[in-house]
Design a protein. Sequence first.
Length: 193
Amino acid sequence: MMPPGKGRPVFLKTKRFALRSLKPADASERWIRWLKDPEVMGPLNAPIQQADPQQLRAHIASADNNNRYLIGIFDLATEVQIGFFMVDVDLMHHRANFNVVIGEKDWWGKDVVNEVRAALLDEFFQNRGIEKATGMPLARNFAAIFNYKAQGWRHEGTLRGHCRSVADGTRLDQVQFGISKAEWLHRRVEQAP
C-alpha cells in the first residue's frame, strides 16, 4: 500500500466505459442534478442536496486516491460521465468498501455496475494491496443486492435497523456483502474463455 497522503490515480477502461479518479474540474451541473434527484439518492439513503459547483469541487478534492477514491464512470462513446464510485480504503486491514451511483437513468438496468466494478476489483486486488472488498447496500436496494449476488459476492450478514431513513426516520436494515482477493481471482479464472 502507498503511504498516507495523495495516492496514484485510477485510470481504467472496460468494453463500454472509462474509469478515472475525478478532479475538481469534473464538478458539473449533471452531477449536481443527481444530488437533487430523490430517485438517484433514495436507494443510498442519502439526503437530497442543493450543492453548488464550488461545494462539489471541494468534495471531489477531498478524495486522496489513498484512503478515499472518487472514480468517475464515463461512457466511452460520448465521454459523458454517467456515475461514480466512492471507494473507502482501510489501509491497516487492506480492505476497501465500494459504493456506486449511476446518476444517468438511461443507463439503469444495463449491467453498468458489474462491468465497471469488475475492472475496479481487478485493479484494487492486483495493484493496490487490497485483500477484501465489502459493500453495504440497504436491504431495500434490490438492484444493488442483485448486482452483488450476480457478481459472486457473499452475503455476510444483515444489520437489522442499522441506520435511519433520511426521508422519515424509520429504522432500515443494511446488508453486508464481501469478496476476498482469493475468491475474486478464482472467479476470474473460472470466467476465462
